[in-house]
Design a binder for this molecule. Sequence first.
Ligand SMILES: [Fe+2]
Length: 441
Amino acid sequence: MLLKFVLASFVLLSSIRDGSAGMTSSFVRTKWPSEDMPVDHEVFAIPKGYNAPQQVHITQGDYDGKAVIISWVTPDEAGPSHVQYGTSKSNLQTSKEGTVANYTFYNYKSGYIHHCLIEGLTHNTKYYYRIGSGDSARDFWFQTPPTIGPDTPYKFGIIGDLGQTFNSLSTLEHYLESGGQAVLYVGDLSYSDEHEFEDVGLRWDTWGRFAEKSAAYQPWFWNVGNHEVEFMPEVFCVALVENVREKYSSPLWYAVRRASAHIIVLSSYSAFVRYSPQYIWLKEELARVDREKTPWLFVIVHKPLYSSNVAHYMEGEAMRSVFESWFVQYKVDAVFAGHVHAYERSYRYSNIDYNITGGRRYPVPDTSAPIYVTIGDGGNLEGLASSYLDPQPEYSAFREASYGHATLEIKNRTHAVYNWYRNDDGKRVPADSLVLLNQYW
Ligand SMILES: [Fe+2]
């Protein structure tokens, strides 16, 4: 343990740029095929019983973690929309009524999508819940987060661009081993839009059943990616957004507080220029952040602001030019992004001195800047983005084209341990580690 800490501290020291070069990992993995698992794979199994609830997932339902939104799909008919819950498995004494809706996409008719907001929960408590009825009822549980507080430990997982291939399965299984308590999801969920016609809807359903293993038991904080918004030329509509809006019920940008962290979720695919709704909202939300109560400030967004991968190069540049100065001003601890199907972590760099007439146009070391992590390496069917710009830019600390996930374990108001785990042909191998020192304390 001590050795692990010393090693991690060494990595930290090297993360505040000291003239040492960044590292491009030479690891080359043996790839499993980048194709979706067959629909009859056991991870997509439909639960037994008539109209049994499936695709169960939860997310935080309020600002401070005393509410959850429970969502699920019933395939055959609407059925009951209520959730029975309680703190004892054998006594689910409380019931709350939810809502139900469905939609049509091309020839696909969705199942009945239920959402139920449960409020007034007690912090740091295990709740059991039941959905469905009769022989088809299904039981799950979740743990509410501790009360908001500056030294409250908490362990987040970070996953992006997951999809539903065998590599995706490896990532999810590795995350389940991690002891993470909630997932910061950086966008691009099912990749169902890579399929045609009614299979788009069917692949949302398989993905929902695949993710349930984790998402029914702990909140996933969703972020919208391009695969949730892209147009389908065949149908000229944005039904995929409907898919996400109906099934994942979060607005496109939002903020929550959990334990000792303030989490801001931004939308790369909504307007963010000056005076746009998202711009105004973020300005107000950053002013609301209270580092005395939540010392840790994280931002989730789909397109990376700093990435030296050839894929999607500079796509985040417009948002960087609008928001980066705020990230530095408010001392954001880390910005997590996806989109690029590889892994990269930056040093603390900023590029906020440029103006249209001045000459300062290069990123420079900046102790007030966040670290930028690109983690779109969940393992979807598009495969890896394995070409990086050469030479490695000075802001880039570590980069590797592999699949994996990360964990972020907050210890107290000053220290958090960050680990990125590579999927090493079925094994979960830590490949990039860092002790994060809080930017405020
Ligand atoms: Fe993407």
